[in-house]
Ligand binder design. Structure first.
Ligand SMILES: [Cu+2]
Length: 151
């Protein structure tokens, strides 16, 4: 997985300023696997991405957000049960991945939320996306559209 430092990404200003303050820092050594999304019919406006991310660096990093050409916005969300109802919320502070640690974004937990889907997502196809990390760096991923989670 290639990593890009300072790639042009639509990320919050706070993240951008952190990134420039750490411009000399090494690119975070991150690998992403099992990135997948559920199928969506044309006309559906929202979708989700689940994935597994591993931080190979000696310092913690945070998954902050991202972007993809298939949707207007892509942000980090957390699902939770509230009074027996499943709800979800934006996670502005990011999701920390400990040094040497692996974190999974799975159904009923964290996910990347796609808003403003530009078309359907068909099972068996894939699409590109970019993940943004704090304090700096981003990585390009390929998301598989599938009806069931990868093994
Ligand atoms: Cu969501």
């Amino acid at each position: 997985m290639r990593l890009f430092l300072g790639a042009a990404l639509a990320l919050p200003v706070a993240f951008a300023s952190l990134a420039s303050a750490n411009a000399a820092a090494p690119t975070p050594a991150v690998s992403v696997s099992n990135a997948w999304s559920r199928p969506a019919l044309p006309g559906m406006s929202t979708g989700v991405i689940y994935l597994t991310v591993t931080n190979h660096a000696a310092k913690p990093i945070s998954l902050m957000g991202g972007s993809t050409p298939v949707a207007a916005t892509m942000g980090l969300h957390r699902s939770a049960m509230s009074g027996g109802v499943s709800t979800m919320e934006m996670v502005d502070e990011g999701l920390e991945i400990p040094a040497g640690g692996t974190v999974k974004l799975e159904p009923n937990g964290y996910h990347m939320m796609l808003m403003g889907l530009k078309g359907g997502l068909k099972a068996g196809t894939s699409f590109p996306a970019m993940l943004g990390f704090g304090p700096a760096g981003s990585t390009k991923i390929t998301v598989q559209v599938r009806a069931t989670p990868p093994e």
